[in-house]
Design a protein around this ligand. Structure first.
Ligand code: UDP
Length: 331
């Protein structure tokens, strides 16, 4: 048995590949390297560069690796602000990429898939913490593209028997604790890497996007989870499907919220650096608070996140950023 990881050179994908290899699993990786990094992929995984929407290419990958019985799919664009400006890019890459992938999976008879969904499918939550059964009403094209992927999966399960687990991530932060792989986006838009780039001296200051939200200190509250804990949830989800269970969705978060100011304070403590900031306007599409109810993943999958302390998470990210201020260019 082998697992095909799509988008295995990206931030969460590369941590999952590393974790799978560490457990002795046979891993095949496909990544277009449009946003991913070849150097992020564990050298024990078999690597193919290509696009998941390229069906002849994907047929060859499955043909050359008949042991593949399950797919973990991370290959998608994931920036809310970009999706507001370029929605068709998101529907094309994320949603139609999924359709092309499912056609090939159905053809070759691989009928298990675990894929990245997102808290952005919920839109403005009616209650916090957010449960899997809460209404999904996305307020940006990124969330919409992922909700469409979930819906396409439901019908593909019914028609072709392709079983799926949709993992709805909240905010992801941290790096492999030895600092050898980490987060490297270009351009970087996420809070913690930007905070740590300021700490490392490669960026001048942090802009705080809004301090008048309906939260205790006025800045947005988010729920942070480490990529190794996400990786473990994907591995448990593949096992769950291999055991013959039905398709379903799980939230993945720590179930604890931190405001942007609290993240900044913790990062100052971990790094010992001042990290200058300035107040900037709100960023369109940011809900006040996003916190996951993640008891379903804990109960049903037996998921136990190891990185349950924000200082620990920031320490791992700092180890990566302090040693790779220019990301994978420094490897
Ligand atoms: N944020 C910020 N300054 C930045 C980047 C992000 O204040 O330079 C805020 C952003 O408005 C949100 C939180 O940090 O409230 C987390 O944003 P991020 O882009 O990391 O993740 P998202 O919540 O969009 O998935």
């Amino acid at each position: 048995m082998a697992i095909l990881v799509l988008g295995g050179a990206g931030y969460i994908g590369s941590h999952t590949v590393d974790r799978l290899v560490d457990r002795g699993v046979d891993v095949v990786v496909v990544d277009s390297l449009v946003t991913g990094h070849r150097a992020a992929v564990n050298s024990k995984a078999k690597f193919y560069q290509g696009d998941i929407a390229d069906q002849p290419f994907m047929r060859d990958v499955f043909k050359e690796n008949p042991a593949i019985d399950a797919v973990i799919h991370f290959a998608a664009f994931s920036l809310v602000a970009e999706s507001m400006k370029k929605p068709l890019k998101y529907f094309d890459n994320n949603t139609s990429g999924m359709i092309k992938l499912l056609e090939v999976m159905n053809e070759v008879g691989v009928k298990k898939i675990v894929f990245s969904s997102t808290a952005a499918t919920y839109g403005i939550p009616e209650q916090v913490p957010i449960k899997e059964s809460d209404p999904q009403q996305p307020i940006n094209p990124y969330g919409e593209s992922k909700l469409m992927m979930e819906k396409i999966m439901r019908w593909s399960d019914q028609a072709y028997g392709i079983k799926f687990i949709a993992l709805r991530y909240f905010n992801v932060a941290g790096a492999k604790p030895d600092g050898s792989i980490g987060e490297d986006h270009n351009p970087e838009t996420h809070l913690l890497p930007i905070v740590l780039q300021v700490a490392a001296g490669t960026r001048e200051k942090l802009q705080i996007f809004g301090d008048d939200y309906d939260t205790p200190d006025g800045t947005n509250v988010r729920d942070y989870v480490h990529p190794f804990d996400l990786a473990d949830a994907h591995i448990l989800a593949v096992d769950y499907l291999r055991q013959g269970h039905d398709s379903t969705a799980f939230n993945l978060g720590s179930s604890t919220g931190f405001s942007n100011m609290e993240i900044l304070k913790a990062a100052r403590e971990v790094t010992g650096k001042p990290i200058p900031t300035e107040l900037a306007p709100r960023r369109p599409g940011d809900p006040d608070t996003l916190i996951a109810a993640s008891d379903k993943a804990r109960k049903v999958l037996g998921w136990k996140p190891q990185f349950d302390d924000i200082h620990k998470i920031i320490e791992t990210a700092w180890k990566w950023h302090a040693t790779h201020p220019n990301g994978y260019q420094d490897r």
